[in-house]
Design a protein around this ligand. Structure first.
Ligand SMILES: [Mg+2]
Length: 448
């Protein structure tokens, strides 16, 4: 992106030739391609974010070449929203998460395809396997994107991280028939921002020297995880651009953004010390809480179990996992641990289904024993596409799935607190003056 001193080496993303030139090249002298990577810090950066381009839609186009030049939307089904749309559909204003009727109004000629999650998961696994050939330090963020730390891999690949990544992008296109965009930087946040700069088939670099200047005039929404609510809150305090946060008083940021305040200020200054943490294979996803006072009655434990189910469900969804075995964990007042498991007819991600299974298990253990801890976990995982279809005898599950999906969206928009309460109110009320009404128990995150 920056000019900088010459000669600058220009790496061709198509033929991988690397050229020295006294002036910036417009095209590769070897193959004529204009897709050159040139940056002063090109060979000193090793933290990458790789993101597949319009993942589901690209896979569908690969599998049906007649779709190549058509606007393609993957989505629909019960929730009636766009999952992914191709870049042609985007030129009509179609976006992911848009209601399908709106998308089709914007682009009536779009070809709508029902998601085939099993297929996408299989391609996602292949991409991940190829990433692991570059470095063991691969941290997946979702089915189609990951952070990679390529430091120290020069000798293994006989190439700088930038050249290794360019080769990877070419390799994915040839092997899997899909495309990726790559961001290369020195920090996670900037690598992620960079990968989005010239999608599809992008390759962008944000170096140390330019980071702060680059960020200065960008909107706060560019910061990953900044939702409209947080952006609005910071705007109240006069912060609109990332650069506005650079010199912000920490106490003021703390008032507006809470614990996130110092992090935001750091990001505005190009500081993001987070490391790439490789994925451990997840064997179980669970939530548990130690109670303030020991409890024995089912009616008192039930609402706590509900909250833990909501939390576990949220984690399952975040990790794109669905569990079939549900495990209830209890610790008695004298520290004996009891676990009871049930197997569902199909895998689930839904809080309501975890709860139904969990409360049956709990009921049987409420036999007078006092408990100091309660937890709910899931294991025996499948991809989310296999979960919660119901069957002829179970027509409630698809409805529950639609309802939870709608609530999840509201939560994403307005925050957990407002919505969580609404649903929890539908549970039997605990008796007045019961032990837990004095103070809500602190929840613990065993997998955090
Ligand atoms: Mg993507």
């Amino acid at each position: 992106m920056s000019a900088g001193p010459f000669p600058l080496r220009s790496l061709c993303r198509d033929c991988l030739a690397d050229h020295d030139a006294a002036v910036p090249l417009r095209r590769c002298p070897a193959c004529g391609s204009p897709r050159l990577i040139r940056h002063t810090e090109r060979d000193t950066l090793s933290l990458a974010h790789i993101d597949c381009d319009a993942f589901y839609a690209t896979i569908e186009k690969r599998d049906d070449p007649s779709l190549q030049d058509k606007p393609v939307i993957v989505g629909g089904g019960k929730r009636g929203v766009v999952s992914t749309c191709c870049y042609i559909a985007r030129t009509y204003g179609v976006r992911s998460a848009m209601p399908m009727f709106k998308a089709l109004k914007a682009c009536p000629e779009a070809v709508v395809i029902k998601p085939d999650m099993a297929k996408y998961v299989a391609v996602g696994r292949e991409v991940r396997r190829m990433m692991r050939e570059l470095t063991p330090l691969v941290e997946p963020l979702s089915i189609d994107e990951a952070f990679l730390d390529l430091s120290g891999t020069e000798r293994l690949h006989h190439a700088s991280p930038a050249a290794t990544l360019a080769r990877f992008a070419r390799h994915v296109e040839a092997e899997l028939g899909i495309t990726v965009s790559i961001g290369l930087s020195y920090a996670k946040f900037l690598a992620k921002v960079a990968s989005d700069l010239d999608k599809p088939r992008g390759f962008s670099i944000i170096g140390r020297a330019e980071a702060v200047g680059f960020l200065a005039d960008k909107p706060l929404g560019l910061i990953p995880g900044m939702g409209p609510a947080s952006v609005a809150k910071l705007a109240e305090g006069g912060f609109r651009l990332i650069g506005d946060l650079r010199e912000a008083p920490v106490d003021k940021l703390f008032r507006l953004a809470g614990k996130d305040g110092p992090r935001l200020k750091n990001l505005a200054n190009g500081i993001d010390p987070r490391q790439v943490t490789p994925e451990r294979e997840t064997k179980s996803v669970s939530s548990e809480t130690t109670l303030d006072v020991d409890l024995a009655r089912f009616e008192e434990l039930e609402p706590i179990l509900w909250r833990l189910c909501e939390k576990t469900s949220k984690r399952l969804k975040a990790q794109e996992l669905a569990g079939r075995t549900i495990t209830l964990k209890l610790k008695t007042a004298d520290f004996h641990i009891i676990t009871r498991a049930a197997r569902l007819p199909e895998p689930t991600q839904l809080a309501a289904r975890l709860f139904t299974a969990g409360r049956d298990l709990l009921k049987r253990e409420c036999n007078g024993a006092q408990y100091r801890l309660i937890g709910i976990g899931t294991s025996d995982f499948s991809p989310p596409g296999d979960a919660d279809h119901g069957d002829l005898a179970d027509t409630a599950t698809p409805r529950l799935k639609a309802m939870e999906g709608a609530l999840d969206k509201l939560r994403a928009r307005y925050g957990d607190a407002a919505i969580g309460k609404g649903l929890s109110l539908r549970l039997p009320q605990r008796p007045a003056g019961s032990a837990i009404s004095r103070k809500a128990p602190e929840e613990e995150d065993p997998d955090a």
